[in-house]
Write a protein that binds this ligand. Structure first.
Ligand code: FES
Length: 223
């Protein structure tokens, strides 16, 4: 299944770029979650009622997402999941959907919640425009950050999963995470990734490793 929708030319879509050159559609499910977000963290809510907090910023667009989880310490099920974002409509819809997924049917265990991938959120939303894919990764990462926070607070540090970044090109200081972000922003060829990151420019010996990573992230996020 393809989770991303190609842009359409002209002004026929739900959203059109400023120059009018491209536009794209959102599914009815995305629009529903954007206009009626589920589990939003209201101003009068008390953050101390939650025992796990996650926060992530997007290098792709500078937006930010915070999440609050209430986890049952005995069963480690997610009883409540609230969020707040300085992000776009796709981030709002993705996080709203993720909040439903982790709390429905009595709540996922943290082990189950950790297996949620952006593709699963896409699946429930009916897809997102390709240029908005990184917005769904935002909530996936914030959820993982909150899960780590719960384990940190409960002295279960052995259960924390921290993804360290690896330098791919020591000259340009580009890491595998930089390449991941470039692919999520739509760069799927070596030339496009180089245009965004400068990886391998003046150091072509790293290009085979870059190509391999592009293949890996394309497969991971776009199937
Ligand atoms: S979260 Fe920044 S553009 Fe969607």
């Amino acid at each position: 299944m393809s989770y991303s929708q190609p842009p359409v030319t002209g002004k026929a879509g739900d959203v059109t770029t400023k120059d009018g050159g491209k536009s794209w559609f959102y599914t009815d499910v995305v629009k529903d979650h954007f206009f009626n977000p589920r589990n939003f963290m209201h101003e009068d809510a008390n953050p101390d009622d939650y025992n796990a907090i996650g926060k992530v910023g997007s290098p792709a667009c500078g937006d930010e997402l915070r999440v609050w989880m209430k986890v049952d310490p005995a069963s480690e099920r997610v009883l409540d999941f609230r969020w707040k974002t300085f992000g776009c409509g796709s981030a709002i819809a993705s996080t709203s959907m993720a909040s439903v997924m982790v709390t429905e049917n009595g709540g996922m265990t943290l082990t189950e919640a950790r297996t949620i991938k952006p593709q699963h959120i896409m699946d429930r939303l009916g897809g997102l425009p390709a240029r908005k894919f990184h917005c769904s990764v935002l909530c996936d990462k914030a959820l993982r950050d909150a899960i780590n926070d719960f384990y940190r607070r409960t002295d279960q540090v052995d259960k924390m999963v921290v993804e360290a970044s690896r330098i791919i090109d020591p000259i340009s200081k580009v890491t595998d995470h930089d390449i991941e972000e470039a692919v999520l922003e739509g760069a799927t060829t070596i030339e496009a990734v180089q245009a965004k990151t400068k990886v391998g420019i003046g150091n072509p010996s790293v290009l085979p490793a870059v190509e391999e990573l592009i293949r890996f992230y394309k497969e991971k996020y776009f199937g």
